[in-house]
Design a protein around this ligand. Structure first.
Ligand code: CA
Length: 225
C-alpha cells in the first residue's frame, strides 16, 4: 500500500484530501504545520509527500529544502499562490511537481498516479541490475562489468556469480552451489565448484586485491555485501 504524508494546515481541506486518499486505499497521515511535517517526513519512509506552501511555523519551501537535504521522496507542492515565481521557487527547492489550489481531487489523484508509475518504473529498472562494490550484473542484457570494464563469463561462471550476487552474505556449501548452478542431477563432483570459483575469481577480482568471493574453509563460499 502506498504511504502518503500530507502537510496542510487548513483542517477542512486536509480532512477532505485525507478521506479521498484513504478511499483510494492510500495509507495517509496528516501533519498540520511545517515543523511536525518535516519531522514526520524525515522519520519515516513515504511514497509521496503532499506539501502545502503556506504553513504556520516553517513554510513549505523551507520544509521541502530540508527534506531534500537527506531524502529523495517525491514531493508535490500544493499552493493557493499561483504565480510563476512561486512555481519556480517550489521546483527550485526540490519539489517534483506543483498543484495550484483550488484543484479537483481527480487532478491530484492523476498526478499521484504519474508519480507512482514513475517510481514503479525506476524500481523495476533497479531490479534488473545487481551490484556489489564495483561489480554489476545487468540481468536483462546478461552483461557483467567491473566499473567500466565488461567481463566475459561462460554460462557456468555467470550462473555461479548470479547465485552469489542474488544472495549476498549467504554462505553456500559446495553441494548447494552444485545443485543451484549445475542442477540436481548433474553427475559431477563438488570439486568442480572449487575449480569454477577459481575461474570466476580470476575474471571478476581486481588482480592482487582481496577476492569478492571468500572461502570458508570446510564450509563453502560467501560473497559479502
Ligand atoms: Ca496553508
Amino acid at each position: 500500500m502506498k504511504k502518503i504524508l500530507l502537510i496542510e494546515d487548513e483542517r477542512n481541506l486536509a480532512r477532505f484530501i485525507e478521506l479521498e486518499l484513504r478511499h483510494e486505499s492510500f495509507e495517509t497521515v496528516v501533519s498540520y504545520d511545517g515543523n511536525s511535517g518535516l519531522e514526520r517526513a524525515l522519520r519515516e519512509e513515504w511514497d509521496v509527500i503532499l506539501l502545502d506552501l503556506m504553513l504556520p511555523g516553517m513554510d513549505g519551501l523551507e520544509v521541502c529544502r530540508r527534506i531534500r537535504e537527506s531524502k529523495a521522496t517525491p514531493i508535490l507542492m500544493l499552493t493557493a499562490r499561483d504565480s510563476v515565481t512561486d512555481r519556480v521557487s517550489g521546483l527550485d527547492s526540490g519539489a517534483d511537481d506543483y498543484i495550484p489550489k483550488p484543484f479537483a481531487i481527480e487532478e491530484l489523484l492523476a498526478r499521484l498516479r504519474v508519480v507512482f508509475r514513475r517510481q514503479d518504473m525506476i524500481a523495476s529498472d533497479q531490479r534488473s541490475i545487481l551490484s556489489s562494490g564495483e561489480l554489476s550484473v545487468d540481468l536483462d542484457a546478461r552483461i557483467v562489468s567491473r566499473g567500466e570494464q565488461i567481463i566475459e563469463l561462460t554460462k557456468r561462471e555467470y550462473g555461479l556469480l548470479l547465485a552469489f550476487m542474488q544472495n549476498p552474505n549467504r554462505v553456500f556449501s559446495r553441494e548447494t552451489l552444485l545443485d543451484t548452478v549445475w542442477g540436481y542431477d548433474a553427475a559431477v563432483d563438488t570439486n568442480v565448484v572449487d575449480v569454477y570459483v577459481r575461474y570466476l575469481r580470476n575474471k571478476i577480482d581486481v588482480p592482487g586485491g582481496t577476492s569478492c568471493i571468500q572461502t570458508l574453509r570446510g564450509i563453502g563460499y560467501v560473497m559479502k555485501k
